[in-house]
Design a protein around this ligand. Structure first.
Ligand code: ADP
Length: 486
């Protein structure tokens, strides 16, 4: 029998319970992939990983499928707040859902009120740590994700004096560096957390959850190798680059995988027609269904360009809105699925008003439509200003939709120019137009296009490789947990 490594995995969102962006895909599938690794892949270790999520209001309509398993107070100035814990299984991974007043107060996963979000996620992070203690289940690793749960690592470091947490290491996966959580001084004080004095951190960062977590973490994992390098530079480091450079030995880039069972064009019942790399003809049915649904002229050979994205400055939508008119002479249709920043949504509407026959902006979240897009559109546009990993391009390739992306972060690490997609270097409209022209040129030859599609569909985007990298890192963080001799 090998040893067991215990991992408490904390996240704000996870599929299939709640999803806003890529974090949900990761938190819903990485723990399952880790738990599924054979001992051979983990150096003889068994990984006992448990997922902890807030019980957001969006799930509170069906708590009957959840089992209430724990209840305890979390200290807050002038008293305490009760945390209640519910439990259920996620494909073999125990999933715990925490609720309590700050979580009940919120009407969405991320609100427009940053102060309320800070209160909610600090409460959640503290309650999640306390949960492990209440269960008498000592984590070897606390694996936090993004700013929402970063303070669990800060607290962990403060509680290392307690026997229970004395051997627990902290790992922080960084999915999006610019989202740091804002100034949490008030709420830190309210929950009894001491301020951070660290000269190496800029003073503004010392009270923000993400930098505090970066300071406290034993290991920092940006979600691609390129992003791990980029955040050490002024262009991507959000003014933390000097601090991060000092922590460079603790930084390891690990690219995300995708849940290849949940995302399989051969079995996806939400497509109009299923297909695989050997039956790509089936894609046309999806394209036709998509064109019909969107009110586009049904044209098999007019390239259908698409985006499925949060509508955010990060995603380079402004480049798309500028680039497409420059290609107005060429035939194309463009479909945007996404919601977010009002200004960018308005710009999408204006583009649609200008080209009503060939542009559709569907400004909402729609999981079903996203699948039909991946399975029916020809090109997937991701001209991101920065992209820590990006899942859209991997899902697109898996469904035979060829990506045209900016060579940054995980896009650079997962898309190969001239083989699986088209890349451009700078966030510059002319470079983007040029990449689109290259893509349109290849699209003109059905045979060449099919080669791109097949190359993309053959890529292995499963979690296995990344999960093994995480397992290796976990083992490095717990040095005494050496594997049994073979
Ligand atoms: P990010 O995490 O920055 O939002 P990613 O590319 O990593 O970007 O992940 C985005 C995920 O969210 C993908 O699974 C994508 O399909 C999904 N998604 C984004 N916007 C929408 C939308 N409007 N409707 C459906 N799915 C969406």
């Amino acid at each position: 029998m090998g040893e067991t490594l215990t991992i408490l995995f904390l996240a704000a969102e996870a599929e299939p319970f709640y999803k806003v962006g890529g974090l949900a895909d990761v938190a819903g599938s990485l723990p399952v992939a880790l738990r599924g690794l054979s001992p051979k892949m983990t150096g003889g270790m068994q990984l006992d990983i448990r997922l902890v999520l807030p019980l957001h209001c969006t799930a509170q309509s069906e708590p009957q499928s959840l089992l209430r398993t724990n209840e305890f107070p979390v200290y807050r100035r002038g008293g305490s707040i009760r945390a209640q814990v519910f439990e259920r299984d996620l494909n073999g991974v125990p999933a715990y859902f925490i609720t309590g007043q700050p979580i009940l107060n919120a009407t969405s996963i991320y609100s427009a009120d940053p102060a309320a979000d800070r209160e909610k996620y600090i409460f959640f992070s503290l309650a999640a740590l306390e949960l492990s203690r209440r269960m008498g289940w000592r984590p070897d690793i606390v694996h936090a994700n993004d700013w929402h749960t970063a303070l669990a690592l800060y607290t962990l470091r403060a509680r290392r004096g307690e026997a229970f947490f004395s051997r627990t290491a902290g790992l922080l996966t960084v999915h999006n560096l610019p989202y740091m959580g804002g100034d949490a001084s008030d709420v830190l004080a309210a929950y009894g957390l001491a301020p951070l004095f660290e000269e190496n951190l800029p003073s503004w960062a010392r009270s923000q959850p993400l930098p505090m977590g970066l300071w406290a973490a034993d290991a920092i994992v940006p979600v691609s190798e390129t992003y791990a390098r980029e955040i050490l530079t002024p262009d991507f480091g959000c003014d933390l680059q000097d601090f991060l450079k000092q922590r460079a030995n603790s930084i390891t880039g690990i690219v995300n995988g995708v849940d290849v069972n949940a995302w399989n064009p051969l079995t996806d019942r939400r497509l109009a027609a299923t297909f695989d790399a050997d039956s790509l003809g089936g894609r046309l049915e999806n394209k036709t269904a998509l064109q019909k649904k969107m009110g586009f002229p049904i044209e098999a050979r007019v390239p259908l360009l698409a985006m499925v994205t949060r509508v955010d400055q990060q995603k380079g939508l402004d480049l798309v809105f500028e680039a497409l008119p420059k290609l107005a002479e060429k035939p194309w249709q463009f479909l945007l699925l996404g919601s977010g920043a009002p200004q960018l949504e308005a710009a999408a509407r204006s583009l649609q008003a200008k080209y009503p026959e060939r542009v559709q902006a569907v400004l909402r979240y729609d999981a079903n439509l996203s699948r039909l897009i991946y399975g029916g559109a020809d090109m997937f546009l991701m001209p991101s200003r920065y992209e820590p990993c990006g899942l859209g391009q991997m899902l697109a390739m898996r469904y035979g939709c060829v990506p045209v992306v900016r060579a940054t972060g995980g896009l650079k690490d997962t898309v190969e120019e001239g083989k699986t997609g088209f890349l451009f270097a700078r966030a510059d409209v002319d470079e983007f137009v040029e990449a689109l022209q290259r893509a349109l040129g290849v699209y003109a030859s059905q045979e060449k296009w099919r080669r791109f599609q097949r190359n993309g569909m053959k890529q292995d985007f499963s979690w296995t490789r990344s999960a093994r990298q995480y397992a290796t890192l976990y083992r490095c963080l717990v040095p005494e947990a050496v594997p049994d001799p073979e």
